[in-house]
Design a binder for this molecule. Sequence first.
Ligand code: BDR
Ligand code: CA
Length: 311
Amino acid sequence: PIPMLIDTDPGVDDALALLLAFNDPRHRVEALTVAAGNVGLEHTVANALKLVELCAADVPVHPGCAAPLLHPARDAAYVHGRDGFGDVGYVPAARAAEPEHAALAILRLSHLHAGRLLLVALGPLTNLALALKLDPTLPRRVARLVVMGGAVTAHGNITPAAEFNIAFDPEAARIVFEGFPRFDLADWEAVLAHGFPHAEAETWLRADSPRARFYEAISRQTRLWSADRRGEFWHSADALAMAWALEPAGAVETVERPVAVELAGTHTRGATVVDWQRQGDAPDNARILSRYDQARFHGLIRTALAAGAAV
Ligand code: BDR
Ligand code: CA
C-alpha cells in the first residue's frame, strides 16, 4: 500500500476524511500529525486519538503546533462544537499521543518513505510550514501533497475572501505554497460544488456500524448548523480532499495555475490569489480541483461509514 501521512485538526469533516482513509486498503496511514485549528490542540489531539481507536487503526498520533506561527488563533468551535466533535461527551480514547512533535514526525516519515509518501493536509498548515523551515528539502521526498484550503475566486467561508485553513495561519500557508513546487489544492469553492443532499447523507448515517453511529452523533450539531445556513446540501471539505487523495482518477477537471497567499490587505488577509491569466512570472504551483466524480465521492463516504457493520 501507498504510505500516507495526514496532517489534521479534527474537526467534524476531518473525522469523515479520516474514516475514508482508514477504510482504504490501497493506502496505509503511517501517522496523524495534529494541529490546532477548528478547536484547540488538546481537543484536536483527543479527537484524532478517538478516531484511531474507533477504527481499530494502529496509527500513531503526533501533537504539533498549538497556535498559528505569528498571529492569535480564531477557531471554528461555532461550527464543530467546543470540543470539535459536536460536544457529545464521548468516552476519551485509552491510547496516548506520541511524544515526538508533528513537524519532526513529518520529516522522519518523509525519509522513511522517500519518494512514495502521500501527504494530505486537512487543517491549517502550521505543522507543515514548521517542517519546511526545519528542512526545505522536504518536498523532494514527498510524492504528492494534497491540501484542503483556499478559495480560488475569493468566495471565502471565514472572511469574504478567505477560507478557514488558510486564514487561520496565512504565514504558514505562504511558506508551504512557496516551499512546495507542486501540490494539489481542493479549495472551498470545489467543496461548494460537491455538496450532498442532507436527506441522502442521513440514509448513509443510518448504517448499522459503530463508525456510522459515532459520526451521526458528532456531526449532528454541524449538520443542523449547515442546513440552517446553506440549505439542502451538506458539504464536507476534508472528505472531498481525501477522496481526491485516495482516488485521483475521480478528478474530472483540474486546472494548474500559480497560487499565492495574501498576508496583508484590508479585506483579504488569508486569501489565495490565483494568477488565472498568468500575468506574473510565477510558475504554476497548484493543481486546483474543479470537478470530481460525485458518484465516486459519495460511494467512498457511504462505504467508509458502513465499514465494520454487522452482517
Ligand atoms: C476547512 O476548515 C475547517 O473548518 C474544516 O475542517 C476544513 O478543513 C474548511 O474551510
Ligand atoms: Ca480540517
